[in-house]
Design a protein around this ligand. Structure first.
Ligand code: TYD
Ligand code: MG
Length: 467
């Protein structure tokens, strides 16, 4: 065996460097290079290639069967995987520590075992007793899920191969696994990559679904599961805001299904509960007709979600007024403020502006611009927006409103939840939601003029003048 060489591997992106650097040249992260052996893998010129064997070549137009799947019956989970876990595939479930990955997978294991599938839960982080206690709390302890507290990949694969072939293997988590074939500490990129590769090979050869759990940490010392992302067939991300009880399962990559689907869950004392109608969750605690609140008809992939945007505009005592945003992009807020100032005569230069998306939800769509502008003007004027209205449109720098995609889906959801009016850009999708009254605008100034005419006196008092 050739002598193992030493090299420096970035724990964030996996780039290899022959020298130590303070900063990884590939991804720009600081303090992420760690010395690792290359496991004695021979590389470079001078080593003759072994004679290989012939491999069968296939036709592209040949018939192929749909990949067989195992559905858990947890609708929100099955939707994101595209109808159930594909047998023989490998998935990575990422998410911050404590978000509920182990809880979700324990509930999924139990549901699948109850449907007659053989499930093995490999826990590298928690002892068997801990996993059992959690399962008891979740009410899924009586199902026939086999537990395995082990971190050595060779031991895991040998144990799995000696038993009845499982349909699903959960590995919680990939960061705790280590293999003897690599000379590096558990948790380093080399170990992570080799262990994941071994588990993925096991999935392909045995026909079991392997779900790898990966913690996402900003700390460079623990290997980010990014190096595993391109090795697996699907990457799911479990997200949530600290302090809020809802969680979103998002498909980031899926070789066997859609990536624009989300699953919504609520964390309760009995584990994760499915949320069939997310809009009701986000609008649940809404106060009727409060100034500074506007409902935005958002889209999460192909799923409409109505959320409330709250703004507070208050006179500033500071030389430089404060702008604070939770759940939205602060650069985008500055842009909307500039457009309101330049094209609509709304002066906010002497005001502090606070913007919050209710329920801890995060919006990344530019379609929220109009709802944000409406909430801002409403707060400044201390005049509530018309009750039962939803808003969606993108604001351009010229002050005009641009239509956004999937308007029909957004309108349908608003109608379903009993909203009476939709304010948006474009020609209208009246046929899509006949029960709504449609207000189609072409510029942001039109919205301000509209608000002026409804809450005239209070708007004028606050110093807002529509053009
Ligand atoms: P866990 O699944 O252990 O998170 P992860 O595996 O992603 O690190 O979930 C941890 C959190 O979930 C913990 O803070 C407690 C909370 N939780 C509940 O609120 N209810 C429950 O029934 C369970 C099992 C956990
Ligand atoms: Mg866990």
């Amino acid at each position: 065996m050739p002598k193992a060489r030493h090299q420096f591997v970035c724990q964030n992106c996996g780039a290899v460097s022959p020298r130590w650097n303070g900063r990884c040249e590939a991804c720009g992260e600081w303090n992420t290079l760690v010395e690792e052996g290359d496991g004695g893998i021979a590389s470079g010129p001078g080593r003759p290639l072994r004679k290989g064997r012939l491999v069968q070549v296939e036709r592209l137009d040949a018939e192929t069967q749909e990949a067989p799947r195992i559905a858990s019956g947890i609708v929100e989970l099955d939707r994101v995987t595209g109808g159930g876990f594909v047998l023989g595939s490998a998935l990575l479930l990422g998410g911050d520590p404590g978000i509920g990955k182990s809880t979700l997978l324990m509930q999924a294991s139990s549901a699948l075992a109850r449907r007659g599938n053989c499930v093995v839960y490999v826990s590298g982080e928690e002892a068997v007793g801990q996993v059992r206690l959690r399962a008891q709390r979740l009410g899924c302890a009586n199902s026939c899920v086999s537990l395995l507290a082990e971190t050595n990949v060779e031991n895991i694969i040998t144990t799995l191969s000696a038993r009845k072939a499982p349909a699903l293997v959960i590995v919680d988590s990939i960061q705790t696994l280590w293999t003897e074939s690599v000379e590096a500490a558990p948790g380093t990129v080399s170990q992570l990559r080799a262990s994941a590769q071994a588990m993925i090979r096991y999935a392909k050869s045995s026909g079991a679904t392997v779900v790898l759990v990966g913690h996402v940490t900003k700390d460079g010392q623990i290997a980010g599961p990014r190096v595993v992302e391109h090795m697996v067939d699907a990457v799911l991300q479990f997200e949530g805001e600290g302090g809020h009880h809802f969680r979103i399962l998002r498909g980031i990559k899926n070789r066997f299904g859609p990536t624009d689907e989300i699953g919504v869950f609520e964390m309760s004392d009995k584990g994760l509960r499915e949320v069939a109608n997310p809009s009701e969750l986000f609008l649940g605690e809404r106060l009727r007709a409060a100034p500074g609140a506007a409902v935005f008809a958002a889209m999460e992939g192909r799923r409409p979600v109505l959320v409330e945007i709250q703004a507070l505009v208050a006179e500033s005592a500071l030389g430089t007024p404060r702008r604070a945003v939770v759940g939205w992009d602060s650069a985008r807020l500055s842009m909307v403020l500039a457009v309101l100032e330049a094209h609509c005569g709304v002066r906010l230069g002497g005001h502090d502006v606070y913007l919050n998306v209710a329920g801890g939800y995060r919006i990344s769509e530019p379609a929220a611009d109009l709802a944000v502008a409406a909430a801002l003007v409403s707060s400044l004027a201390n005049a509530p927006l018309p009750e039962q209205s939803v808003y969606f449109a993108e604001v351009s720098l010229s002050g005009s409103l641009r239509p956004v995609s999937q308007a029909a889906g957004r309108l349908k959801e608003a109608q379903k939840l009993g909203f009476a009016q939709a304010v948006y850009a474009g020609t209208g999708q009246k046929e899509a939601a006949a029960g709504l009254s449609h207000v189609t605008l072409s510029s942001l100034a039109d919205l301000v003029v509209d608000l002026v005419s409804t809450g005239a006196q209070s708007l004028q008092r606050a110093g807002v003048a529509g053009r």
